[in-house]
Ligand binder design. Structure first.
Ligand code: 5RP
Ligand code: FE2
Length: 219
């Protein structure tokens, strides 16, 4: 079963609790985009917001850290109630140490690769993570166009997972909507992050259904 993870980056921040409630019956994770204005040009959410939305839902909070030196903030996001914390390989000088740190905090660790980063950059860490997030846009903003060249990396991650019996889920993030979701699922994506394709529609159930219908023939 393919999982859906709505990104609250495209939600109405003046009523985040209502926004989360509007999707939770149809989805599997709540995706939280944390940006620091350094690793990416945008500034968004910190641990205080994660703490505030934690009691709103029982769904796992999938926290995507787009920040430099994430080791400085992992304990705060863990204490705030993150269930998964993913860090960019491009933002970590000591990736293995950060992944260990996340697990030590009792949280599932994930690693993220940007569109221009090859799978080979994270091969040594694949046995240690619960999630691999393939960015299908350059991180920083919602509502961007899907980058097709990322599909071969999803296929490679599926191949490596089958070959070595790794436990990670393959997640994709950026530009995922009805017209791009099937290609992701066919390539091996198991978790689809979608922000604008869900929150830019008044009827969230119908928006999620439209995405699911686009690939259900292939799963
Ligand atoms: O990490 C992200 C951006 O850096 C977001 O999760 C992603 O962009 C979701 O937005 P959309 O589905 O509208 O592309
Ligand atoms: Fe994200």
């Amino acid at each position: 079963m393919v999982k859906i993870a709505p990104s609250i980056l495209s939600a109405d921040f003046s009523k985040l609790a209502d926004e989360i409630k509007s999707v939770e019956q149809d989805v599997d994770y709540i995706h939280v985009d944390v940006m620091d204005g350094h690793f990416v040009p945008n500034i968004t959410i910190g641990p205080l917001i994660v703490d505030a939305i934690r009691p709103v839902t029982d769904l796992p909070l999938d926290v995507h850290l787009m920040i430099e030196n994430p080791d400085r903030y992992v304990p705060q996001f863990a204490q705030a109630g993150a269930d998964l914390i993913s860090v960019h390989v491009e933002a970590c000088s000591h990736l293995h140490r950060v992944i260990q740190q996340i697990r030590h905090e009792g949280v599932k660790p994930g690693v993220v690769i940007n569109p221009a980063t090859p799978v080979s950059a994270i091969e040594p860490i694949l046995e240690d993570v619960d999630l691999v997030l393939v960015m299908t846009v350059n991180p920083g903003f919602g509502g961007q166009s899907f980058i097709e060249s990322t599909l071969s990396k999803i296929e490679r991650l599926k191949e490596l997972k089958n070959q070595y019996g790794y436990n990670y889920e393959i997640e994709v993030d950026g530009g995922v909507k009805a017209s791009t979701a099937k290609a992701c699922v066919d390539a091996g994506a198991e978790v689809l992050v979608a922000g604008s394709a869900i929150f830019n529609h008044d009827d969230r159930s119908s928006a999620v259904r439209t995405i699911k219908k686009s690939y259900e023939q292939s799963v």
